[in-house]
Design a binder for this molecule. Structure first.
Ligand code: AHM
Ligand code: MG
Length: 357
């Protein structure tokens, strides 16, 4: 008699969930791993599923909220960004291997009591990026970066200092886009992988394995309203892209949600820029939980991220909520950018014809 195996059955054969994928990666790259890292990551995936459930009902919750601001349980409705933050704080807080967290929503880093000796991870995150878009049904996201507690440091010593590590020290980074579908993208330094949430059974399922950024795309992504206040080199670079200097005329795509704009750039190529402006001379985006995770993912996918003249991941942070300019994109666009900003350091062989003269 033939025995039916799971592989034979028609029910979701051979899916790989994010959890299985992490365990598989650990077996391959860190055979002595204890599983503690995947336990930490499961806290993040759970929190993002809680947030996604709320995002999907955003309009409905607003209606209920406007009828008195109290939900059926008698609780005051919470704004989604606060809810997303609380979901992460809660889900990471119950994982004893998390020593410290820092969130865009909190001024200070948070440490958990009684974790000395057990807590070894530092997690920094933006719980709901682009949340001003939520009321108009535009994609928003969650971004995170995972670091290790510095050698010899206890989690109660100086939580802020534990967070102030350069991006090159990230163990993992990722984001979730709550878009037309919900997708989680992460890296642990072994490529970039994407998992789409299957709402029918609530699991992130591998949908984009080993994502590579196209070497050249056809979009640039920046807030054109600030054009007049961009430094000259940025305007020259953007004119170069727009006017066909890279062999094609680049078109503009800008959502105003970093996670969504970056996700398109990762899959379709091109370049995303948030340069210094008059209003934000140091850029607007936050180094630790916006620029660094995006930079790690971009580099793992064959792209690059700079703050102008310095690689994003080499910046030594001095403050948790420090801002930075961010220019991130595929190989061709980033090499061309280098020619505008630091011509002496740009790769000679790749000079765009129009600049090489
Ligand atoms: P937020 O973290 O408060 O949502 O702000 C960050 C957002 C990014 O998602 C986006 O890239 C940027 O702000 C858009 O800013 P602007 O409206 O100035 O173009
Ligand atoms: Mg943000």
């Amino acid at each position: 008699m033939k025995t039916t195996t799971l592989a034979d059955s028609k029910a979701d054969p051979m899916i790989v969930t994010v959890q299985q994928h992490i365990l598989r990666e650990q077996r391959e790259h860190s055979p002595h791993a204890t599983g503690s890292f995947s336990w930490l990551l499961s806290g993040i995936t759970l929190a993002t599923k809680m947030t996604e459930a709320r995002v999907r009902r955003a309009g409905l919750l607003d209606v209920i909220g406007s009828a008195g601001g109290i939900n059926v349980q008698g609780e005051v409705q919470q704004k989604l960004d606060v809810y997303a933050d609380q979901a992460l704080v809660h889900c990471l807080g119950v994982r004893e291997n998390v020593a410290i967290i820092a969130s865009e929503e909190s001024e200070e880093a948070i440490t958990f009591d009684g974790r000395d000796g057990k807590g070894k991870y530092v997690v920094v995150f933006d719980p709901l990026d682009g949340s001003s878009n939520i009321d108009v049904n535009v994609s928003v996201g969650t971004i995170f970066s995972i670091l290790e507690l510095p050698e010899g440091m206890k989690c109660t010593d100086d939580p802020t200092r534990a967070c102030l590590q350069a991006g090159v020290r990230q163990l993992a980074a990722g984001y979730v886009v709550y878009g037309s579908s919900t997708i989680m993208v992460y890296t642990t330094g072994h490529g970039v992988h994407g998992f789409t949430l299957d709402p029918s059974f609530g699991a992130y399922v591998l949908s984009h394995e080993n994502i590579r950024m196209p070497e050249q795309g056809c979009y640039y992504s920046s807030n054109d309203a600030y054009w007049d206040t961009f430094p000259d080199v940025y305007r020259d670079y953007l004119s170069h892209l727009r006017n066909g200097g890279m062999g094609r005329r680049y078109a503009l795509r800008y959502i105003g949600s970093l996670v969504a704009d970056f996700h398109r750039t990762l899959l379709r190529g091109g370049v995303f820029l948030y340069p210094p402006t008059d209003k934000n001379p140091d850029g607007k985006l936050r180094l630790l939980y916006e620029a660094n995770p995006v930079a790690f993912i971009a580099e793992q996918a064959g792209g690059f991220a700079t703050a102008g003249t310095q690689r994003v991941m080499e910046i030594q942070p001095t403050e948790i909520h420090q801002r930075t300019p961010l220019i991130v994109g595929g190989k061709s666009e980033m090499e061309a950018f280098q020619h505008f900003v630091q011509p002496s350091k740009a790769p000679a062989s790749e000079l765009p014809a129009s600049i090489a003269g």
